[in-house]
Ligand binder design. Structure first.
Ligand SMILES: [Zn+2]
Length: 395
């Protein structure tokens, strides 16, 4: 079940001079190709789900698949919301199982970007989740992703980057130094001097968006200058598209499965090439040792009620399920009655938190306080509350 803390994973990459791929997925074919590549290369990886792609798939269903893929694998995996557009989407992503989020407020002026990022960082850190910010602007030029990022490239300035990180507390920073979303036109020119200065000033893992089209040598220099996460999508989409066109040319009557046949293999080959080139291949075991295992906590309450009014009890339970499940870091809320009549405690809540940090932030959250004070505690005097986590391996 190697979901690991993404902050620890990327710190390991940053300190050991390699970069982890954040591979955006838009279908099960992508997911399976990414996992197969990571397992073949014993590489840590980030399953990345971009809010700008949510029109292509159901986020909730994709999260269930991504989480299952991570849990049954033997390599360290993090699940990341890419280009999160709002505080609400960051909360939703965390509650669905993302253990990293990106705030994309890079289209805002500096102060607006700082304000929105800070809000998301405060919420996410209270859930144990690291945050990627973006400063400067990585525009789109050509290809599927280009239209999602209109406008001109704005380079990240060193002074602003320093102020942004200090004021927001982001764990990693996406910088704009000449890459573009989608496909490059011609040979990309990257500003390595600027990157080096940003890295020296910040000393935190840096992120490159728009990795498609860069040369092996350019990736090497990016990593030497602090890049520890590389977002990669267009090259995979293009490789899959090319294979599908070949399939359709070979058999013009082929149906869906005939069209997509073999696309996992071509994507997997490209991802493996990246993992070897970026140095993440072979790092899985070291990352598993170095990184915190991403473990849920079960907040259990067993209780008896001081009243017999069934309507009031049902109302309290329904309201609790509704309100508590929206608190940041809460994955599931289950309320239940004891199966046997003679049970010592007749009722229970089982509330699943994404991380142990949520124990405190949940307790203090105004929606929890209001529910507990007004609806729950007044009628549940006899109760026990305990937090559990499965710690099969050392913290
Ligand atoms: Zn991006």
């Amino acid at each position: 079940m190697p979901l690991v803390n993404m902050r620890d994973m990327l710190q390991h990459a940053y300190q050991n001079g390699y970069a982890v791929g954040g591979f955006d997925l838009v279908s099960l074919d992508f997911l399976e190709a990414i996992m197969a590549a990571g397992e073949a290369q014993r590489s840590p990886l980030i399953l990345s789900l971009a809010e700008s792609h949510f029109e292509y798939y159901d986020f909730e269903l994709a999260m269930a698949a991504a989480e299952q893929a991570a849990k049954r694998s033997f390599i360290p995996v993090a699940i990341h919301l890419d280009h999160g557009a709002s505080l609400e989407s960051a909360i939703k992503a965390i509650n669905l199982g993302c253990n990293g989020v990106m705030v994309d407020a890079s289209h805002e002026a500096f102060d607006g970007n700082v304000a929105m990022t800070k809000k998301i960082v405060d919420m996410a850190h209270a859930c144990g989740v690291p945050v990627e910010g973006e400063l400067g602007y990585v525009a789109g030029v050509e290809g599927e992703d280009a239209e999602k990022h209109p406008g001109e490239v704005i380079y990240t300035s060193v002074e602003e980057a320093q102020a942004y990180v200090e004021q927001t507390g982001v764990d990693l920073l996406a910088v704009s130094i000449g890459t573009v979303h989608g496909r490059m036109k011609g040979e990309p020119v990257l500003d390595f001097e600027r990157l080096q200065q940003i890295n020296e000033a910040l000393n935190i893992p840096l992120v490159i968006h728009g990795g498609t089209g860069l040369s092996d040598e350019q990736f090497k220099r990016l990593i030497e200058n602090g890049v520890a996460k590389i977002n990669y999508y267009t090259a995979l989409a293009d490789a899959a598209g090319k294979k599908m066109r070949i399939n359709m040319t070979a058999d013009e009557h082929c149906g869906y499965t005939g069209i997509v046949k073999g696309i996992q293999d071509v994507m997997c080959a490209e991802i493996e090439r990246c993992m070897v080139n970026w140095g993440s291949a072979g790092q899985a075991d070291d990352v598993l040792d170095a990184a915190e295992a991403w473990q849920p906590v079960h907040h259990l309450i067993i209780y008896n009620l001081d009243i017999d009014d069934i309507d009031q009890v049902n109302n309290m339970m329904r309201e609790g399920e509704k309100v508590l499940s929206k608190i940041p870091g809460v994955r599931h809320v289950v309320t239940a009655n004891a199966v046997k009549e003679d049970a010592k405690f007749k009722f229970s809540w089982v509330i699943e938190f994404v991380h142990k940090n949520v124990i405190d932030s949940y307790r203090e959250h105004p929606d929890h306080v209001a529910f507990a004070d007004k609806l729950f505690r007044p009628i549940a005097g006899d109760r026990i509350s305990i937090d559990y986590s499965d710690n099969f391996f050392p913290m």
